[in-house]
Structures are given as structure tokens and as C-alpha cells.
Design a protein around this ligand. Sequence first.
Ligand SMILES: Nc1ncnc2c1ncn2[C@@H]1O[C@H](COP(=O)(O)OP(=O)(O)OP(=O)(O)O)[C@@H](O)[C@H]1O
Ligand SMILES: [Mg+2]
Length: 310
Amino acid sequence: MILTVTLNAALDATWSVDSLRPRTSHRVDDAQERAGGKGINVARVLGGLGHDPVATGLVGGDTGRRILDELNSARLRSEFVEVAGESRRTLAVVSRDDGDATVFNGRGPAVSAAEWQLFHRRYAALAAAARVVVLSGSAPPGLPADAYAQLVRTAAAAGALTVLDTSGPDLLRALGARPDVVKPNAEEIAAATGQADPARAAAALRSLGARTVVASAGADGLHAVTPEGTWRAVPPERLAGNPTGAGDACVAAIAAGLDAGSAWPDILRTAVALSAAAVPCPVAGEVDTTVFRRLLPRVVVEAVPPAPAR
Ligand SMILES: Nc1ncnc2c1ncn2[C@@H]1O[C@H](COP(=O)(O)OP(=O)(O)OP(=O)(O)O)[C@@H](O)[C@H]1O
Ligand SMILES: [Mg+2]
């Protein structure tokens, strides 16, 4: 079983307007709402691939209940812990004239020490039944600074593999717990290491404790440094659309590949095709399966010599 963790689940609203102009009023023609947060998006993609993942994390208040209802209607198994605070909302205003989105992200509920302990106990039981644990997204206020490190250690002690997709201090503080895979994008890996070159940046994250680093770089694909070798995997074409959520599809493919015990070149090929197939889809958590099947045999995966850390 694959367990996905969303510590800061959200109710994501998407509003469509003709043309977004600051300081004016707009007519909203289409308003949609669904449960979000990166771990939930990963679970949706896994569900679409025929897996039966379990989504856990923290939700609270009326917004939290709406999130759980929506997961239920999407037929995703959820095991969230409820907190007293109110789950966050996000709003993406999509401007039809240029297709651009303007996004507003709520911060999320403050989580108490007792709530964190309750979650951690529930999580330990779920991780014991999981082969792969996906830890995605930012942490809400109030969690211990080493929250992700704790979750990585608990999963490893339970015998599960961990895939961590977060950024900044959350990422850096978790590395010492030796996550099996981290998946930063180009901006995140540069911010974490001060290195723009993905090969050197990946080597730096490995020297801090990550066993495998899969660095994503938008349409340039993936650079993966693993204990078994280093590879570059590149999509055969640049797709147009909404790249938000491509990283979540990439993480879903990595988790599915680890669950199946696949070899890294195969995991990377699938991850590139699946994440590219998320780009034409307007909302995160969806992939275009026709695009996925069309791209898969044309993804180029090549071994490259590892770069030394500087
Ligand atoms: N325009 C594109 N065309 C083809 N493939 C793409 C494109 N954008 C992204 N991808 C694929 O998706 C993967 C992840 O993209 P990216 O590096 O943008 O992730 P991210 O910034 O973590 O995304 P997210 O918003 O989900 O966090 C890339 O490695 C690539 O395989
Ligand atoms: Mg990302």
C-alpha cells in the first residue's frame, strides 16, 4: 500500500474569469472546489493509475469536513486526523485571455503539540501497513521544526520507503533522517543548496543524507542521482498547459515504481511521461492517459557520470 501524507490539506477553489485585471471587479463564470494539497494530488494520480492509496494528514473545521467529503466522493481512502483549527483554502483565478493563473494560498491551522502527537501515533500505525510513504508539501504552523524528519524516521522504522517532496527548511531538516527519495524542482534545489547545477545540487543533498535525489526541471525532465547510478530522463516534447501538479504526478510515478520494485531507469521513464501528461490537464492530480501512453516509449533515459559535491 502507498500512504500519502498531506500535513496542510486545503480546499482548492478555481475561478475562471475572462481577463484578470487588478483593482477591478470580475464576473466569475465557473467556480470549482476540490480537496488539495500535494499529498492528496499524489493520491489522486495513484488512484487514476489503479492503485488504492491511503491519504492521511491533518484537517480541521468546516473546511476540513468539506475536504473529507470531497475525498470521499472521489473514492479515495482517507485517514486524516482532525485538529481544532480551520483547514486552509487556496484560490486560483484563471484568466481565460492568456490562460495564466493567479494563486492565493492560505497558511493553514495552527497545530498543537497534543494534536501532532495524536497524528504521529495514527501515522505510525498506517506506515506499518505501507510499503511506500509519500510526504508532500509544506507544514502548517505550530509543528515541530523536525516534523518531516520524525515522519521519515517512523516510516523507516516501520519498514516503509519514503519519498519526500517539500522545500526550504522543511526539506533541509529532514535530510538527516535519510529519506529514500527527495524530489525538489529546479528552484527548490537551488534554494536549498545554493547550487544552480542540478548534478552538483543533487550530490550536495545526498551528502546531507538523501539516499536518492530526483531533481525535476520542468520541460527539461529529471536528473536522478541514486545509489545504483545517475540518469537523466527527458520528455520527447514540451507540452503546453498548466505545469502545476506535474511534480505531484512525478512523485506518484516514483512511489508506484518503488512499490513495484522497478529499476530506476524504468521508474524515471514512467515519471517523465506521467508528469508531462499532467501538464495538459487544468487541475493538479489529473493526468491525460492518452498523452502518457503516447510519450512513454519516446522518453530518453541516459546514464550520466555522477558529479562530485562541492
Ligand atoms: N512543459 C512541460 N512539458 C513536458 N514535461 C513537463 C513540462 N513541465 C513539467 N514536465 C514534467 O514534469 C516534471 C515535473 O515538473 P516540475 O519540475 O515543473 O515540477 P514541480 O515544480 O515540482 O511541480 P509542482 O507544481 O507539481 O510542484 C518534469 O521533470 C517533467 O518531466
Ligand atoms: Mg513540486
